[in-house]
Design a protein. Sequence first.
Length: 544
Amino acid sequence: MSHALPPRSDLTGHEVLNQPEGRGDLDLWQGDPLLRSLIAAGGGDGAEALAPYGAALGGVATREAGREANRQPPELRLFDRAGRRLDEVHYHPAYHQLMQLGLEAGYAAIAWEGGQGGHQAHAAMVYLASQVEPGHCCPMTMTYAAVPALAADEALAALWQPKLTARHYDPAVRPLAEKRAATLGMAMTEKQGGSDVRANATRAERTADGWRLTGHKWFCSAPMSDGFLTLAQTEAGLSCFLVPRWLEGGRNPIQIQRLKDKLGNRANASSEIEYHGALAHLLGEEGRGVQTIIEMVHHTRLDTAMAPAGLMRAALGEAHHWCAHRSTFQRRLIDQPLMAQVLADLTLDWAGALALGLRVARAFDGAGEAPRAFARIAVALAKFLSNKRCGPLIGEAMEALGGMGYVEETPLPLLYREAPLNGIWEGSGNVICLDILRTLARDGAVREALQAELEAARGLNRHFDAAFEAHLARWAALPEEAEARWFAESAATLLTAATLLQSGETSLAEPYVATRLAGPRSQVAGALGRLDAGPILAHLGPAA
Ligand SMILES: Cc1cc2nc3c(=O)[nH]c(=O)nc-3n(C[C@H](O)[C@H](O)[C@H](O)COP(=O)(O)OP(=O)(O)OC[C@H]3O[C@@H](n4cnc5c(N)ncnc54)[C@H](O)[C@@H]3O)c2cc1C
């Protein structure tokens, strides 16, 4: 909020000193030299869409809208005043404002518009939006990710895809035909099993007027989506369905049971729903539902690999700003050698997550089997490592602000509450690691693609070469299940190092390799005490 007169600082008894001011209007694109440099190195595609989106997101008013959408969480409205069922969620206007901004910028559309580098541009949008308000990313991400799954049915795709990729936001409670734009969600998880979707018990019955679904879904984020991709059992086995939320002339019988009371992600209305004979369209082959919906899961995984880079960036930006404007013991915090070590070490994790996320997105953009094979394995490795680094990094960034980091007037508490989520949904850590093993075991093209990517960095750094050799020797045979995290961490760290080395960002790549792949690696940020902090911190841009 802007004030006509400045607040008083001549308070009785004390003067307000040494409290850094808020960061003012930020430009999340211009103010992020590493993002711009990596996008340029990847061909520069999407920059024209990213620049205005980054500028709009970073403004004080938009950042305040993000806070407001979390402070005023969505409300469930089950009934109208006469007791008729509505099953609607009412959101704060700030949420709608952010949804409109993101969808009009092309968050859900740009990857499917046929331009070069659309997935890279989309991934960068995930990164930008997550810095401001991560909750509203969920419905936009699912809308983006539903598009390739819809390809399993030409007629459904022809109806839905133009509205999903319309670059508009239309939250009206109306059937698809009456809307300019639509969003899609995903409802897979049931009480008895989330990771193990084959335990799904929701039933689908073929009736005279189409398929009807009966059952519950334990987690359904974005219940105001215009439809859900969902799994249900038919006589042929688990099958994928598109369930429209609103029908011509009525509401599909989908009841919202309640909204989840979540740790974070509070702007997003994650719900429990029940289908009571809900009309549904079979998507893809009956009995092959997992194979159909896996296309959507594959694409949401890209976003869950990218979002933690955005959360880390937001937390580091706050810490960097604070430390540049706060003094202790006669020196700015940023000039205190120990604080500089901590921030520099954290910066390497953020830079690695950003570079790897964009590299994976470029593989989604690639044509042919090799990029597809690489994307399959790399998205899982990136999701695993980036999310494992995200929580500790935000905790340290919070600590860099001292007591104020723990206070809701800074963004750190919101970011901290969000930090674990991308590691949980779309495949929790163990499930991702087991997926990595399964994919490598059954798909030679994937093994070759990963090997080729790591080989390409050979010769660029001797510590990398040594660590790569050690990895190959240790994992000559594929790991046992119990070793899956060990393997995944090792492969993901090598892949991050290879990406940074090949990006030409030497002032990040060299210290990343030196601290993550060579010699002892401490579990605690800043504990190695031997980073040349200045050139690393320069990648954060000016401490606005
Ligand atoms: C805020 C939020 C929103 C969500 N929104 C949606 C949504 O919109 N739609 C939707 O369908 N779902 C949604 N989910 C659900 C989410 O995808 C699941 O919670 C997740 O897939 C894990 O499933 P689960 O909770 O049943 O845990 P489980 O499957 O019971 O897993 C519990 C733990 O066991 C581990 N584990 C599982 N199998 C193994 C194994 N073989 N070996 C070792 N460890 C194992 C897992 O990694 C996990 O850590 C949401 C979840 C959250 C928190």
